[in-house]
Design a protein. Structure first.
Lengths: 296, 433, 295
């Protein structure tokens, strides 16, 4: 009588241990694959960062060796000689503003296209999607003429306008599908409660669509932050350059200067903000999701 | 909501349109402002040198200011876009072959004849006589000069003098046979004789076009490019050149891993003392200077002659950078005054200090490029990239000539198939051009 | 009805006007060039009718670029999605460090192209590169001597690097969709004894279908237009074996190193590219339409 419960507790314990082991064993492939993948990426980033602290001679003497002495002067050179510190602020201003404006324009449009079908709405959607398919270099010459006509060529403001216009198709398309996949019930419930269409959009759809908006914001930010083709065509004023254009100029001169580690320092300067922003925003993305879940 | 939106929108559009219509005054009052669009990036040593030269020019000509726009290597493409929108640009610079095939070919440049026939600024000789032999005449259209070369990179073998000494080579080779003997010596001494990049298309073509020139002389390759029937590609010189290149691979003078080198992997083996030489433009010692270190002893020798060939060892390909004045400039005199100023002894010396080869006679070149100065001065005939093909038929040169030669150069296609392939491709190309 | 009209106009018009002014109008304008032989300099345009289009299909380099692009689309696409799904499922399998792994896989997307291509050049370098050195260490001679970036391998070497980048993008996209699937569905399935694969095909795929179809369309468009990465993958003169349609368009129209200035022809390439995008996207949307229609 007295032995039995002990034995059952023991076997219960053993069972739990077995479960745990099983659970862990089941996770081993996941850890292994993700671990290796992450290790490789981490290695890539670290390699770029460490190499940026070497001299070019050191880098090529042994590509995989750790730097002997840390050469921060690569950064000083990149930041001040190449004016990257000014370009950094330029990029931050123009990219952040553009991302906000893109969302302000694209979210309502996407809402209409996904939830409020009207005559011709499919055609409009298709027009937007077609926009993603257009190779941008084709637009350089006509756009240059339009920009010059509007006297906004060679200004960060003009570049921002282009950033907004050219990011619209992708963003509208992405948000259309995000809004489209949201449950209909909430919207209907709000309408029954007497909310107007505007209220439905601002009070129901926007909060629910927040993860989608943030994902779109991240993709746009990263895309625009690293964008240099448009900047190259539309900016000629060294004071109005963007960071990635500055980096492009650095890499451009390689055939005459061969300053590889200086280039890598520039790369790190361009890369760090996007990493930080991504880390912060992906946290937000998750909190946005829980917010939506609480409401429903 | 709707009205507010609309009003904001209308106001925005109206503002943009209004601002587009109004304004637009340009500076006046006796002072001339010249706009210079440049192929350099602001931080490059050459841009810094040019900025100083501009400063000195402005000091000497108080009524002229020069506004330099440092565009980087896509300069001419940017100029093209900007001209389409009536942007004011007075003069530009870029690789000479590139301007020759762009602005010059399109008839958008001003003739420099009067300037060239007037006297130089700092010497009482005709301006056209201050240039290294042949450089000025490389790019002419209907016997008129539109381009002024101001920076020279001779295409030759750039080598590590220490390796040559270690291999027991007293003087660089002058003929192809001597060249092969020396390559063997270098190989036997345990070094890699030749640095080759798998993706160095332009660099690898140097071998082909030099060999064709050394055998047949200047202009033969160009005549084949221009042949709309494609028949000329059956000439044995082309297979002969490719066979000579193949020998370099077969004898191990080009190591097999070169097939996997992507720029700058191979030239880096030169800088680190593993490889002995590379056939390249004069920018190479400069580009590798950080990597090679201050103790590296650079030498250069021209592409060797081929016994019995029509070409000469001193026929030299020169990669020139040039300035050109735009046809629509409002201030041609002032722009040309600056062009002349760039060619003074002082300015050219300053350019050389930025590690560029000078075009002006007698100016001392950077130490690493010293042999380049000798070659430029001795040049009997000046050659252009792809024998002029790049400047005049850029698309054919890239899409037919390079397209068919490079795989053979890299041992990825056979020499036997080459003549039939390229003549068919040439014929096909000309059928639609 | 009236308020609805007002809603549609005020929500759609701002985006629509900006798009029209700075995108559709210049596009139409550009397409006009495709009927001309035009260098882009001055006004010297020669009307050519369909000449540019006819030339395209006789141009061996265009056909090679097209073949490469379609390879990136199909083979690259299948690989990217298989890997993105695999990693998404693994990240979501209840392991610790979910956010960390997601961030790691996504990271290559935030790094400038030049840095990535420089890194891969060092990985593939035949004399000291990571891969060849590794094979040398384990004593595999054929692997140690393999040239990853030679003339006929470089395209595949580039594609591997490209896949490594793109997997992260689609992982984030899939995960954003996956996070919306209520956890109870999986718990219920587990209680009923479903295994990972059954849950994947029974819950994940159907509930993610919207995201999957968006992802497919985005990848298609990305793959058809891809140009910057392969262009930078060989930093000096990209061999023709590496060409994509986007690269060829750029080289023909904007001639960075060579004075090839054929804007009309380049525009024709762009028009063909756009037609490919529209046709393939419409086809995909039809193929991927849900079997169960929701009202």
């Amino acid at each position: 009588m007295s032995a039995e419960p002990v034995a059952s507790t023991q076997s219960h314990l053993r069972q739990r241990q077995m479960d745990l082991v099983k659970k862990w064993a089941g996770h081993i492939p996941a850890y292994l694959i993700l671990g290796l993948w992450s290790l490789f990426t981490l290695f890539a980033i670290l390699w770029v960062m460490l190499s940026s602290l070497k001299t070019t001679r050191e880098l090529f003497a042994d590509v995989w060796a750790l730097p002997g002495k840390l050469h921060f002067e690569n950064y000083v050179k990149a930041l001040f000689a190449a004016d990257l510190e000014l370009y950094f602020l330029n990029s931050l201003a123009v990219v952040l503003t553009s991302v906000v404006v893109i969302l302000i324009l694209a979210a309502p449009a996407a809402y209409i296209l996904s939830r409020k079908k009207f005559k011709g709405s499919n055609l409009v959607t298709l027009l937007f999607i077609a926009g993603i398919g257009i190779p941008l270099p084709l637009l350089f010459i006509p756009l240059f003429q339009i920009m010059t006509g509007l006297k906004i060529n060679n200004t960060l403001f003009g570049l921002g306008v282009l950033f907004v216009a050219l990011s619209l198709p992708f963003t509208v398309y992405m948000l259309t599908s995000f809004f489209g996949s949201l449950p209909v019930e909430l919207e209907e419930a709000a309408i029954i409660d007497g909310a107007s269409d505007f209220q439905v959009f601002f009070r129901v759809m926007l909060p629910l669509g927040l993860p989608g908006l943030i994902t779109a914001a991240i993709f746009n930010f990263i895309g625009l932050w690293n964008e240099y083709q448009l900047a190259l065509v539309f900016l000629n004023n060294p004071k109005q350059s963007t960071l990635s254009l500055g980096l492009y100029s650095l890499s451009n001169g390689m055939e005459y200067t061969g300053d590889w580690t200086g280039l890598l320092a520039g790369v790190v300067i361009v890369m760090v903000p996007t990493i930080i922003l991504y880390v912060i925003l992906s946290e937000r993305m998750i909190s946005g999701i829980t917010m939506g879940a609480v409401k429903s | 909501m709707k009205k507010a939106n609309l009003i904001v929108y209308v106001v925005m559009v109206a503002t943009i349109l209004l601002s587009a219509c109004g304004g637009g005054g340009s500076a006046g009052g006796g002072k001339v402002n010249l706009v210079y669009w440049s192929m350099w990036n602001k931080t490059e040593p050459s841009a810094i040198a040019l900025t100083e030269i501009i400063g000195k020019f402005e000091a000497a000509n108080p009524n002229i200011t020069i506004e330099a726009v440092w565009n980087g290597r896509e300069n001419q493409t940017k100029v093209r876009t900007a001209l389409g929108a009536n942007t004011v640009i007075d003069f530009v610079d870029q690789d000479a072959s590139q301007i020759a095939g762009g602005l010059m070919k399109e008839g958008l440049l001003l003739s420099l004849e009067d300037m060239l026939n007037s006297n130089a600024l700092d010497e009482a000789v005709p301006f056209k006589d201050v240039f290294n032999p042949g450089t000025l005449d490389l790019y002419v259209k209907d016997a008129v000069h539109y381009l002024m070369p101001y920076d020279d990179s001779p295409v030759m073998f750039w080598y590590n003098k220490d390796i040559f000494t270690a291999a027991g080579i007293a003087a660089p080779p002058a003929t192809w046979d001597e060249f092969l003997v020396d390559l063997q010596k270098i190989k036997d001494a345990g070094f890699v004789p030749l640095a080759i990049e798998n993706d160095g298309g332009d660099y690898n073509m140097f071998y082909f076009q030099y060999l064709v020139e050394r055998i047949k002389g200047k202009g033969f390759l160009y005549s084949a490019i221009e042949d709309k029937t494609g028949e000329k590609w059956n000439d044995p010189v082309f297979t002969q050149a490719l066979t000579m290149i193949k020998e370099l691979w077969d004898k191990g003078f080009i190591p097999p891993e070169s097939l996997g080198y992507t720029w700058p992997a191979a030239q880096q083996t030169l800088a680190t003392g593993k490889a002995a030489m590379e056939l390249c433009g004069g920018w190479l010692p400069n580009e590798l200077s950080d990597m090679a270190g201050p103790d590296f002893k650079w030498g250069g020798f021209p592409f060797p002659a081929v016994a019995g060939g029509a070409g000469n060892v001193n026929d030299l390909q020169q990669w020139l950078l040039a300035l050109g004045v735009l046809k629509d400039t409002a201030h041609p005199q002032e722009a040309m005054a600056f062009l002349k100023f760039v060619m003074t002894n002082e300015s050219q010396t300053r350019m050389a200090q930025a590690l560029q080869g000078a075009v002006r006679k007698g100016v001392e070149w950077p130490a690493a490029m010293a042999d380049g100065a000798v070659a430029s001065t001795n040049a009997t005939t000046v050659l252009d990239h792809a024998d002029g093909g790049t400047a005049m038929y850029a698309e054919f040169t890239k899409n037919v000539l390079f397209f068919d030669v490079l795989p053979v150069f890299l041992n990825q296609a056979t020499i036997a198939d080459f003549p039939a392939k390229i003549s068919a491709d040439a014929k096909n190309y000309w059928a639609s051009h | 009805m009236k308020t609805r009209k007002r809603l549609i106009v005020s929500f759609l018009l701002p985006a629509g006007l900006v798009y029209l002014a700075f995108f559709l109008v210049p596009t139409a304008w550009a397409f006009y060039y495709s009927f001309f032989d035009w260098s882009g300099f001055g006004l010297n345009m020669q009307y050519r009718g369909l000449g540019n289009y006819i030339e395209l299909f006789r141009d061996p380099i265009f056909l090679l670029s097209l073949k490469n692009t379609l390879f990136i689309l199909v083979v690259g696409g299948i690989t990217v999605f298989a890997l993105a799904f695999l990693l998404t499922v693994l990240v979501n399998s209840g392991i610790k460090g979910k956010k960390f792994f997601r961030a790691m896989v996504f990271l290559p997307n935030v790094i400038a192209t030049i840095a990535l291509t420089t890194l891969w050049a060092f990985i593939y370098n035949p004399s000291f590169g990571l891969l060849n050195s590794f094979f040398r260490v384990i004593g595999w001679d054929a692997g140690a001597k393999f040239t990853f970036t030679s003339y006929d391998h470089i395209f595949y070497a580039m594609l591997v690097a490209l896949i490594w980048i793109e997997v992260g993008f689609f992982l984030v996209l899939l995960m954003a969709g996956m996070d919306k699937i209520p956890a109870e569905y999986y718990e219920a399935a587990k209680i009923e004894g479903a295994n990972q694969w059954q849950m994947f095909t029974g819950i994940t795929v159907p509930l993610l279908w919207d995201v999957i179809s968006v992802g497919t369309v985005l990848y298609t468009i990305f793959a058809l237009k891809v140009f910057e990465f392969p262009y930078a993958f060989s930093q000096i003169t990209p061999p023709t074996t590496l060409y994509t349609v986007g690269m060829y368009l750029y080289i023909e129209g904007f001639g960075k190193r060579d004075p090839i200035y054929r804007l009309g022809y380049a525009t024709a390439i762009g028009v063909v590219l756009l037609l490919c995008v529209v046709v393939i996207v419409l086809l995909l949307r039809r193929l991927m339409r849900r079997e169960v229609i929701q009202y």
